[in-house]
Design a binder for this molecule. Structure first.
Ligand SMILES: C[S@@+](CC[C@H](N)C(=O)[O-])C[C@H]1O[C@@H](n2cnc3c(N)ncnc32)[C@H](O)[C@@H]1O
Length: 312
């Protein structure tokens, strides 16, 4: 079976009660290849999230990391590691600054965990790697990661937080797993009135559509009975990718039927662009303090460096 029973129940509940197919399942099994292709394209594209984030990291944070970590070994926990390119870039920069790394990729997708590990191992055969396969939306991260002799740098790259219906819950899970000296670096798209229409074009992309449609297609919601649509939601400050049905249909998930109606819109992915102030509030409510917050010149993307807020 494509998903295990628990995942199918999760999918069933999301679709039947919220009209949503969570994007997280689209990275599993063959879906991983769609992400690999998406990244291949992003790496060559000047305005991709990957490129913007990479530049910000290099120009605004590398010097700081060098200062605090030089001569040390760090555990690099790569949350939602994807195919590992962002981590590989960071690791290669840290190593030349005399910072040793143990790499701990964390992901729901066994396939992407393997791709990320292989990428790091091929380039740096001596690096110790420990893969952590979990759904961080569901599972308590502190129970799956161990305290370490080393300092820990947690990374959450690729605007992944923007994909979840309850980002606060995700952040809380991270903060509960972090020790006082740990840092979390997190990349988020930010709200910008001027760029709304550009975002819509950005997500009306074949690669995006293929990635987000992977799970719906498996369950029979394909382009014969639905149309892919991208919209901006002013209410939630997010891009919403949906499939709009052109006929009534019934699908079976976790041995239960869900009846879907002609004209119904199924949300298959979201990408939230938070305001700075909303981000700061979310961080604070999740138990973080903001060490540093930087954006690109166009103010479409941010990188935040966070620590837990005990006693501060
Ligand atoms: C948008 S991609 C970003 C990948 C990588 N960080 C990058 O910047 O290239 C999101 C990644 O998070 C993983 N992911 C999404 N939801 C997850 C969840 N609930 N638990 C664990 N991993 C998840 C996906 O499998 C995917 O690898």
């Amino acid at each position: 079976m494509f998903l295990n029973y628990e995942q199918e129940v999760d999918l069933y509940l999301n679709l039947s009660s919220k009209g949503e197919i969570p994007l997280k399942f689209s990275y599993i099994e063959q879906g991983a290849q769609n992400w690999n292709k998406y990244m291949e394209k992003s790496i060559g594209q000047a305005d991709s999230t990957y490129k913007i984030e990479h530049k910000l990291l290099q120009t605004r944070y590398l010097e700081y990391f060098t200062k605090i970590y030089k001569g040390k070994t760090i555990d690099l926990l790569d949350i939602g590691c994807g195919e590992g390119t962002p981590a590989l870039n960071l690791i290669s920069k840290l190593l030349v600054q005399d910072i040793k790394v143990k790499y701990l990729p964390i992901d729901i997708s066994k396939q992407l965990l393997q791709t990320a590990s292989d990428k790091i191992r091929t380039n740096y055969p001596d690096i110790e790697i420990e893969e952590i396969e979990i759904d961080f939306e569901d599972v308590n991260l502190s129970k799956k990661t161990s305290l370490s002799e080393q300092v820990r740098l947690w990374c959450f790259f690729g605007n992944t937080l923007g994909n979840f219906s309850d980002p606060q819950r995700i952040l809380r899970n991270f903060s509960m797993a972090m020790a006082e000296d740990d840092y979390l670096i997190i990349g988020n798209g930010i709200f910008n009135n001027v760029h709304k229409s550009q975002w819509i074009n950005y997500y009306y992309d074949k690669g995006c559509e293929k990635l987000a449609s992977f799970v719906p297609n498996i369950y029979g919601l394909d382009n014969k009975i639905s149309t892919y649509e991208v919209e901006w939601s002013d209410q939630f400050k997010q891009i919403e990718m949906s499939l709009v049905l052109n006929q009534n249909t019934s699908i079976n998930i976790a041995e239960k039927n869900i009846n879907l109606k002609n004209g119904e819109k199924i949300l298959i992915a979201r990408s939230a662009k938070h305001r700075d102030s909303d981000l700061f509030q979310m961080y604070s409510q999740a138990g973080f303090r903001v060490d540093t917050f930087v954006t690109n010149q166009e103010r479409t993307y941010s990188l935040s460096l966070l620590q837990t807020n005990r006693g501060r």
